[in-house]
Design a protein around this ligand. Sequence first.
Ligand code: B12
Length: 234
Amino acid sequence: MKDISSDEIKCRTKNLGADLCGIASVERFADAPSGFHPTDVVAGCKSVIVITARFPVSTLSASSQAAYTFVRNRMVDKVDSITFQVAAELESLGSCAVPVPSADPYDYWDDSRRHGQGIISLKHAAVRAGLGRMGKNTLLVNDELGNMLWLGAILIDKDIEPDPIADYQTCMPDCRICLDSCPAKALDGTTIEQGKCRGVSAKYTEGGGGVYACNLCRKVCPQHSGLKKDAMEG
Ligand code: B12
């Protein structure tokens, strides 16, 4: 099999609709919790390819939670189609390449805490692939796209040139706007209490189906659609 380069992978993901693609070597996941390390999912994993697509910002201005949910669901389809397609192509070139679901399904669920965990955490993977830093709202913040992005990843058994880790500052040191705006008080600046968040954000009705009823922690962020460079320097 011929070696596949980082540039070829990035070009292919972008042709299929990704806005950004970064690569992390598996060594960067040494601090991942047991059960959620890339090699717990694919024993021979050597690199994690992380992609992101821009989440249309206009949807934040809609008063309809169904409109936001519709866009969110289309983002799941878009990103999952890209990782599914690229993983299949990498496999046909001789790799073991496994796409990570960008939302559900996932295996781990603790009913008592209403706490779920993706097969790997995509935001931690994105940090390790140089795509941004974690904000106080526990979301990934990218300098160009802010937190308005949707992540996907492929676990692959090949060494691919990794990208440098992002070194920009995201949240302003004294900013608490996401923490104070959370109607469930689910955020503490580093983690989220999922049961509290789900209590206000996950709504299901027999007629209307499932709706994401809250997205305030991403909407109120002054950096939600990209870093305001002047503010960060001042
Ligand atoms: C379960 C889940 C949720 C849960 C928990 C969210 C969370 N912050 O973890 C709930 C229902 C609350 C949720 C809500 C939302 N979600 Co959500 N969600 C997921 C999902 C499917 C899994 C996330 C996960 O595993 N969390 C559990 C872990 C990370 O947290 P934990 O148990 O506290 O883990 C601790 C340790 O175990 C450790 N850890 C865990 N893994 C690793 C790995 C390494 C390397 C290290 C060092 C440490 C470490 O760190 C944690 C803190 O100590 C991901 C998709 C994915 N596969 O990643 C999307 C995802 C995180 N969600 C996303 C989004 C957009 C949302 C919402 C905005 C949706 C909405 N309502 O509009 C809200 C935002 C709420 C918020 N502020 O987080 C996006 C985030 C994009 C971004 N910019 O970061 C993701 C990545 C989906 C995607 N494909 O883009 N979500």
